[in-house]
Design a protein around this ligand. Structure first.
Ligand SMILES: O=P(O)(O)OC[C@H]1O[C@H](OP(=O)(O)OP(=O)(O)O)[C@H](O)[C@@H]1O
Ligand code: HPA
Length: 185
């Protein structure tokens, strides 16, 4: 199934599940080495990270804890614009090693907001593991971004947790939006 239709958009295959699995295994091995003899807390950013978090954690053999957070954003009436809120961030992060798990880092705005919230609790260390990264879309560098599965160009992707209009999260592969060829009159 190389081409699929979701809602009003056509998508084509970009990363097959077996390649996601191979990359996830390697990231898991690296984290097991880096955090040997520590007990990090993995915090998955919902909703998008749910599949990656589950598959990555099956590769983790060190002692660890697990949590999830959800961020919501909405247009506020204040001039500061986008107001965000986090739900479910564990409140016992002081002196702990934190690994935030994302499906994708695009502009990096979601992650910057979460990092800011996490640092308020004085953790021992904070790193980020994201399956996907769009380097050209990043609004500012994120020093904590230690583990990245795949770098993408600026194209919209769906599948393996990522949605288009709420759909497609259940796809086991990752697809990219097909560019629309302009129709001549
Ligand atoms: O780097 P950014 O430009 O901030 O984009 C990345 C964020 O966007 C998506 O989440 P979204 O807010 O769409 O929620 P979802 O996980 O429920 O899809 C994705 O899961 C990341 O968390
Ligand atoms: O390319 C994307 N696809 C789905 N969700 C997203 N959130 C940020 N970028 C993306």
């Amino acid at each position: 199934m190389n081409n699929i239709q979701i809602d009003d958009k056509e998508f084509e295959i970009l990363i097959q599940n077996e390649n996601i699995a191979k990359r996830t295994r390697l990231i898991g091995i690296q984290i097991n080495v880096d955090y040997e003899d520590r007990c990090p807390i993995f915090i998955g950013v919902l909703n998008g990270s749910f599949l990656f978090m589950a598959d990555l954690l099956k590769e983790i053999t060190i002692s660890c804890e697990i949590g999830f957070i959800k961020v919501s954003s909405y247009e506020g009436t204040e001039s500061s614009g986008n107001i965000r809120e986090t739900f479910g961030l564990p409140n016992d992060l002081e002196n702990r090693d934190i690994i935030l798990i994302e499906d994708i880092v695009d502009t990096g705005l979601t992650l910057s907001y979460i990092l800011n919230e996490v640092y308020k609790q004085n953790p021992a260390s904070v790193k980020v593991c994201s399956l996907l990264l769009k380097p050209a879309a990043l609004k500012s560098p994120i020093n904590e971004l230690e583990y990245v599965g795949f770098e993408l160009t600026n194209e919209f992707v769906v599948g393996y947790g990522l949605d288009y209009n709420g759909l497609g999260r259940n796809l086991k592969d990752i697809y990219r939006a097909k560019s629309v060829t302009p129709q001549l009159p």
